[in-house]
Ligand binder design. Sequence first.
Ligand code: NI
Ligand code: MN
Length: 225
Amino acid sequence: MKLRYFSHSSFQITTDAGQSILIDPFLDDNPTATFSSSDVAADFIILTHAHGDHVGDAFKIAARTNALFICVNELANYCIGKGFLAHNMHIGGGHDFDFGRVKFTIAHHGSMTPDNTYAGEPAGVVLTIDGKSLYHTGDTGLFYDMKLIGEMTRLDYMLLPIGDNFTMGIGDAVKAVELADPGIAIPMHYNTFPVIQADPEEFKKQVEAIGKKVVVMGFGEEIVL
Ligand code: NI
Ligand code: MN
């Protein structure tokens, strides 16, 4: 499978079978994104939580592509209420889709929609697709159960925020990598706005100092996993 980093917490997974899975697609109002919402294919859209920088262009994209939303129950119902298709899940639950498995994890954060609708708890996701596992933490502070998440699924990739202020900063993110112990850590949720400026190379240096690997993805870059 392939992984594209749009910037912020927005990613696209393209499976070996050619399906497109978007995570938190935030493009048109994202100053660091190099793609527009009209450019991207989507069969599935996973939302970690309802904040504007994560729901982003999801409804615009779903209206064009008829993609299926995958999110926690309350946020899924919000999507259904807007006329979209959704698969309702919740934290701790996993489900086998035709592209692979999705399991929701806890995240320490909030999840009100931009129009102030309660959207349930924020979440992270562990994806198992084409024989690889990937943990997108969503927006979260550091928590010790990241160790448990890494014990229950041997993680090939961990996508985690380093921007501080709203989420973990570099110091806590380094500890998160130590706890979850992924094969490769990929930093996200930084440099989108002035308040979340962070140097991914500094994160990389600190993670390498504990013997772990980091890949810093360029904004818009696609890599093969
Ligand atoms: Ni958020
Ligand atoms: Mn955010």
